[in-house]
Design a protein around this ligand. Structure first.
Ligand code: I3P
Length: 128
C-alpha cells in the first residue's frame, strides 16, 4: 500500500516557478505587481512561496521557508485571461472569497500543465 493509504497526508500534486500577481482582494481591485513565485499545489490548496532564487543564502533555511500566502481551491474559478495582460500564457484564478490572481509562464507547455492540474482539482472538489 502507499505511504498515505489512510489519506490523511495531503498529496503533493505539482510544484514550480510561475510569474504571479494578485489583482483583487475580496472583490476590490488591486494594482498589478508581477513577481516570480514558487507555486505548490498540495491537497485542496495552492501555496505561494517567495522565489528561492531571489532569496539570499542566509535568508534561506530548508524547512523554514514560510509560505507567503495560500489559496483554497474549493469553489474557485479558473479561466484563461490573455485579455488581462500584455504577457502571453496568462490564466486567472478567482477564489470563492473574491481574491483574484494572474499566473503566467513564458513556456506554453508548462502553463498548460498548471492550468489542467489546477482545473482537475477544482472539478474534483465541485463533485464532492
Ligand atoms: C503596470 C505594469 C504591469 C502591467 C500593467 C501596468 O504598470 O507594467 O506589468 O501588466 O498593465 O499597469 P506599473 O508598473 O506602472 O503599475 P501586464 O504586464 O500584465 O500587462 P495593465 O494596467 O494594462 O494591467
Amino acid at each position: 500500500s502507499s505511504p498515505d493509504s489512510d489519506g490523511c497526508t495531503p498529496e503533493l500534486e505539482k510544484a514550480g516557478l510561475l510569474n504571479k500577481t494578485k489583482i483583487a482582494e475580496g472583490g476590490r481591485k488591486l494594482r498589478k505587481n508581477w513577481s516570480p513565485s514558487w507555486v505548490v499545489l498540495v491537497g485542496n490548496s495552492l501555496v505561494f512561496f517567495k522565489d528561492p532564487k531571489s532569496q539570499t543564502p542566509s535568508s534561506w533555511k530548508p524547512g523554514n521557508s514560510r509560505p507567503e500566502s495560500s489559496v483554497d481551491l474549493r469553489g474557485a474559478k479558473l479561466n484563461w485571461a490573455n485579455d488581462l495582460s500584455s504577457k502571453k500564457n496568462v490564466f486567472k484564478l478567482r477564489t470563492i472569497t473574491g481574491n483574484e490572481f494572474l499566473l503566467q509562464s513564458e513556456t506554453d507547455s508548462l502553463i498548460r500543465e498548471w492550468y489542467n492540474t489546477i482545473k482537475n482539482v477544482i472539478d474534483r472538489l465541485d463533485r464532492e
